[in-house]
Design a protein. Structure first.
Length: 271
């Protein structure tokens, strides 16, 4: 079967198009990496046929031998669905974690996203706490980005506001959101800061920039960001309407957590 007919390429092509349509990934903004089982890759590719060896400025030895579907550096999400081989690539991490084997895609000399070190650090952090983890997704979700200009960047305050905007939020991300300081994207520093937060949270805010999400598949990860972004959109409307007059109480949030069998971040609810 052609790799273009594979589930992982078709799903990522659909998700990138949707994210672009939502306005979360303008121009070449945003990047996604998906960890793929070796058997799934081998169903579509000759894994002995290495097209190029790409250097990696980060020790990814904890991911040695792992396969990833990645978006390309400088590539537009809107173009993925029509030209996946130009905008996506399948890579394998070398045994020493210092280079990548390109097995498919990234045509015309393209390379993986410049945020690859940040992604790999986050994959390592999430796999340490969830062996079923697979996806890291970065986008410039509009209303979450806007909130970082007008809302306190205290993680507890930010999380509580999102939980209070939509009833489903506490159920979808009871682990809350974390926030790193403003840092230069594409650096090891921002990767280290983000992955440190990823040990406890699947959503990490980059102030005045966007959000990182992690999950077990594309649906879960997209849904995490989508839910937080919807809450931020509601917050924007509420502020424009004059501010909060009533909201979900902490007692109701705790009852919600109990009903759905989730545990809110300790100390975040005043109950």
């Amino acid at each position: 079967m052609s790799i273009l007919d594979s589930k992982f390429v078709k799903e990522l092509s659909a998700v990138t198009a949707l994210m672009y349509d939502k306005g979360w990934d303008e121009r070449n903004g945003g990047n996604i990496t998906v960890r793929i089982d070796a058997a799934e890759v081998e169903n579509h590719l000759d894994t002995n046929n290495v097209l190029r060896v790409l250097p990696l400025a980060f020790d990814a030895s904890k991911l040695a031998g792992e396969y990833f579907l990645v978006t390309g550096s400088g590539k537009y999400f809107k173009n993925v669905i029509d030209a996946p081989a130009e905008n996506l690539g399948v890579i394998r991490v070398s045994s020493d974690g210092r280079s990548l084997d390109l097995l498919w895609g990234l045509e015309n000399g393209a390379v993986p996203t410049s945020e690859l070190p940040s992604h790999f650090m986050c994959h390592i952090a999430r796999l340490a706490v969830d062996p079923e983890h697979r996806v890291v997704m970065h986008s410039h979700a509009t209303h979450l980005l806007a909130m970082t200009f007008s809302h306190s960047l205290d993680e507890r305050d930010f999380t509580r506001t999102l939980w209070q905007m939509c009833t489903e939020c506490l159920v979808v991300f009871p682990d809350g959101v974390s926030i790193v300081p403003w840092l230069i994207p594409g650096t090891l520093e921002i990767g280290e800061a983000t992955s440190a937060k990823m040990s406890a949270n699947r959503l990490v805010i980059w102030p005045q920039h966007g959000i990182y999400g992690a999950g077990r598949d594309l649906d879960e990860t997209f849904g995490l960001i989508e839910t937080a972004e919807k809450a931020a959109e509601v917050y924007t409307y509420v502020q424009a309407q004059g501010g909060v007059r009533q909201t979900i109480s902490d007692e109701d949030l705790q009852a919600l957590a109990d009903a759905f069998g989730v545990v809110a971040v300790p100390g975040y609810l005043n109950v």
